[in-house]
Write a protein that binds this ligand. Structure first.
Ligand code: ATP
Ligand code: MG
Length: 562
């Protein structure tokens, strides 16, 4: 294609709203255009990249036996009511009414719709297994849409759902999808890591995320120095030894004036912070009720909110105001799980199981208990509720764990019957008995991938597209189109490359060479051939966008080299 005919509105200005390099370059190089918060138009170059990614996704999924379908974007609320998500999904779900007052939602994900599709058309075990997917629009009214395509409100997702006769067959498919996703991200040229993940609001168990490694990633992931272990911080686990106090002090209440923080208590009583019980009080929100919960962790740990929220099966955890604390009978700085007000639920981090000689607040102003053994506590639950720290030991091999940042580009879940049960989606098994479908669900952020590729592949001049994602394979730049020889040679090379099956962009614009080079660097096509002054000696220049190193080649061997 000719640059002169294409709509590629490049710009030198850094757009105000953009902070991430991928967002800045995608706007400046004319791939996308902002329409409103979290809403974008794809211009010709952007659409080409989107199609390339979709093609790779489709090829790999089709060859793994999945089938493409396309479901409605506008989905009836009745399905969401049946699954219980119409109320539960929160403000991200865009609900609206039609002229007849029927409720609808714009699909943020399509479990309900897909279960409904299969329920109507699959009756027997003989039709299973089945893996159906689509590459389609999603809408989530994100609280903070940002970073361009990274976190949009309207975005393109590949969402797939598989249906099985039992858990075992679903797990087989889950691992097949893990492999298929790895092939997809490898073909797209990404450096990624598969990590254990939290299952979130979608429910079910057994879930993994595909993380593109990038400092700008919104997710913190915990990885092992020595083995393959990796997990989202929301799900990461580690080895630990229950803390024991060498000093065998008897249980008693002590006066601890002005010691409200862990540092103060630990210094005042001369105990290691590991032995101090830190209490984080929160209100857990449920569908129709709420409850105050005391989360108890070691003094040197941090509460992991997602784990904590899961530990009490809540929809969400929120902070308590000072008044609420008081109403619940709690005293900031002096809270403790021993003799806590009865209405309060206590969840203790499991690192405390079997611990001895602990210190905690006495639920009384300026007092703490010392010499507590965990066995003294009644009506408490042990759960893993803290964030793994750098330097903690790997559960698999004992190696050191460290943090890195990732962009979530894919997520695979073992769903089980979380949706087939409430939606009564059943098949007849070999013995003619009705059973709910056992399901898996698999997502890829197709439009987010555009941003992720550039986050991982750019320099201070612009984008550097990977081989399979690039809008063109090569750009032919005619340095000066008024020079007849350069122009004719450029056109000839352009035609020749096209006939060999390359996707070629011909920069035939009446612009200065420097200007065209700047655009080339900004747009980031993997290679360019420059037809310029060196043509007088029969040479052209071949440039790699990766390192911008240029090679001078005689015209006749250039095509061969390519
Ligand atoms: P996140 O934690 O980033 O909000 P999620 O866990 O809510 O994502 P899933 O429900 O697992 O997302 O959706 C599948 C995939 O869709 C994600 O792995 C991600 O790549 C992509 N995705 C999710 N939300 C967005 C968004 N707002 N904009 C672009 N892509 C998104
Ligand atoms: Mg996810």
């Amino acid at each position: 294609m000719r640059f002169s005919n294409l709509l590629i509105p490049t710009s030198k200005e850094t757009p105000n709203e953009a902070t991430l390099q991928s967002h800045i370059y995608l706007l400046r190089a004319g791939f996308i255009q902002s329409v409103g918060s979290g809403l974008y138009n794809y211009l010709p170059l952007g659409k080409m990249v989107l199609d390339n990614i979709s093609r790779v996704v489709k090829e790999e999924l089709d060859s793994a036996g999945a089938q493409e379908v396309s479901l409605g974007f506008v989905t009836p609320a009745s399905l969401w009511r049946e699954s219980g998500r119409f109320e539960k999904y929160g403000k991200e779900l865009l609900r609206f009414k039609d002229r007849k007052d029927n409720d609808f939602v714009l699909g943020p994900t399509h479990e309900e719709m897909m279960v409904n599709l299969v329920k109507q058309s699959v009756k027997s075990y003989k039709q299973l297994p089945l893996n159906l997917y689509q590459i389609n629009l999603k809408f989530r009214d994100e609280i903070r849409p940002r970073f361009g395509l990274m976190r949009g409100r309207e975005f393109l997702m590949k969402d797939g759902y598989s249906f099985h006769i039992d858990e075992e067959d679903m797990q087989r498919e889950f691992y097949l999808m893990q492999e298929t996703y790895s092939n997809i991200f490898t073909r797209l040229g990404l450096d990624f890591r598969i990590v254990d993940a939290d299952s979130g609001a979608i429910g079910g168990s057994g879930s993994k995320e595909f993380m593109v490694l990038a400092q700008s990633g919104e997710d913190t992931i915990v990885v092992c120095e020595s083995c393959e272990y990796g997990a989202n911080i929301e799900a990461a686990v580690c080895r630990y030894i229950p803390p024991q106090n060498e000093k065998k002090e008897p249980f008693k209440k002590v006066y601890t004036p002005n010691a409200t923080t862990i540092e103060e208590v630990s210094a005042f009583l001369d105990v290691d912070p590991v032995l101090c019980m830190k209490v984080v009080a929160k209100r857990a929100l449920y569908d129709e009720s709420s409850a105050v919960v005391m989360f108890v962790i070691r003094g040197n740990d941090t509460l992991q909110e997602i784990k904590a929220c899961n530990s009490v099966d809540a929809n969400e955890l929120v902070d308590l105001s000072e008044e609420e604390l008081e109403e619940s009978g709690l005293i900031a700085g002096y809270m403790g799980p021993l003799k806590a007000p009865e209405a309060i639920r206590v969840v203790i981090d499991k690192r405390f199981q079997d611990a001895t000689g602990l210190v905690c607040g006495a639920n009384e102003n300026e007092h703490h208990y010392i010499g507590i053994d965990i066995s003294m506590l009644e009506n408490v639950f042990f759960e893993d509720i803290v964030a793994v720290k750098e330097g903690d030991k790997c559960v698999c091999c004992g190696g050191n764990l460290y943090y890195t940042k990732g962009i979530e580009v894919g997520h695979i879940f073992q769903l089980g019957t979380r949706y087939s049960d409430p939606l009564k989606a059943e098949f007849l098994d070999e013995n003619g008995k009705s059973k709910p479908f056992v399901m898996g669900t698999y997502g890829i952020g197709v439009s987010r991938l555009i941003a992720a590729i550039i986050e991982q592949n750019h320099d201070d001049k612009g984008c550097i597209w990977t081989k399979e994602s690039a809008p063109f394979d090569i750009e032919v730049i005619i340095s000066n189109i008024k020079d007849e020889m350069q122009y004719e040679t450029g056109i000839k090379i352009y035609e020749q490359l096209k006939s060999k099956g390359f996707k070629v962009l011909l920069d035939d614009r009446k612009e200065r060479f420097g200007f065209k080079m700047k655009d080339y660097e900004l747009i980031g096509i993997p290679r360019a051939v420059i037809i310029g002054q060196k043509l007088e000696e029969g040479n052209v220049e071949l440039i790699d966008r990766d390192d911008l190193v240029s090679k001078t080649l005689p015209l006749d061997i250039f095509i061969e080299e390519i």
